[in-house]
Design a protein. Structure first.
Length: 259
């Protein structure tokens, strides 16, 4: 269950310009730099000089720069126990989609440390952040909050939220027995979404819970059969099948030589 890992991370420690397409990019070959600072993973970059790769890399440059500035401000103003860290993984590296997952834990003063997680999903055919309305039926993709340089496109669909809440509550009960998160998960919105090659489906996670109920954060994967039943675009389903079959994901950046 991802929530426990996220809380552990916390204790340890954005629109794209229009791209000029130069043909489809089927897979994203990623390069991983060393951490920017101790406990501060760098975002990967897409290898190659296609317009799509340049567009994606420019976006990732902005995210790294923004998080550098946020970290510096936290560490300069946060007091004795200040800390700020970020871990990065790539749940899907093609075909068609690149998803990157960032988990940030920080303490910048105040009553307690905190954490947040967000995904970035790029359409490799355009180099831009994915527009979920192109790949999901309207009852899953609308309404929504549009993406910015700080946050992905977040989904507010009542139908999708209802499915997520039921699945998240059942998943928590299987793992923990009865808990106090059912009401939070039923009422929460919006949802972050990203394609996940390892689990072979569309990952969904509630976004923006307050610190008091952040332990209720749960990641649920909508499997391919449910995506098909609901009328998701075959391009998304086919891409997930290939990613799962071919192991196109990176749980963590590769270890440096000698580590």
């Amino acid at each position: 269950m991802r929530a426990a890992a996220l809380l552990a991370c916390a204790s340890l420690i954005a629109g794209c310009a229009e791209a000029q397409t130069e043909g489809p990019v089927e897979a994203a070959e990623l390069t991983w730099a060393p951490p920017l600072e101790e406990g501060f993973d760098a975002l990967p970059r897409v290898a190659g000089d296609e317009a799509q790769a340049r567009e994606i890399n420019a976006y990732l440059d902005r995210i790294d720069a923004g998080d550098r500035a946020e970290r510096a401000a936290c560490l300069s103003e946060g007091g004795t126990n200040r800390q700020w860290g970020r871990s990065v993984e790539a749940p899907m590296t093609g075909p068609r989609f690149l998803s990157v997952l960032l988990t940030t834990g920080y303490y910048c003063g105040g009553a307690h440390p905190d954490w947040e997680q967000k995904s970035l999903t790029f359409d490799l055919e355009t180099g831009r952040l994915v527009d979920w309305a192109l790949f999901l039926p309207a009852d899953m993709a609308l309404p929504r909050y549009e993406s910015t340089d700080q946050w992905p496109q977040l989904l507010r669909s009542p139908s999708l939220k209802a499915w997520y809440a039921r699945a998240a509550i059942a998943q928590r009960r299987i793992a923990n027995g009865e808990d106090e998160c059912a009401g939070v998960l039923m009422d929460s919105e919006p949802l972050d979404a990203w394609p996940d090659g390892r689990t072979n489906g569309l990952a969904l996670q509630v976004s923006g819970l307050s610190h008091a109920v952040s332990a209720c954060t749960e990641t649920v994967v909508m499997p391919l059969d449910e995506l098909r039943r609901r009328g998701a675009d075959p391009a998304l389903i086919d891409a997930l099948e290939v990613a799962h079959r071919d192991g196109r994901w990176r749980p963590l950046p590769p270890a440096a030589p000698g580590d």
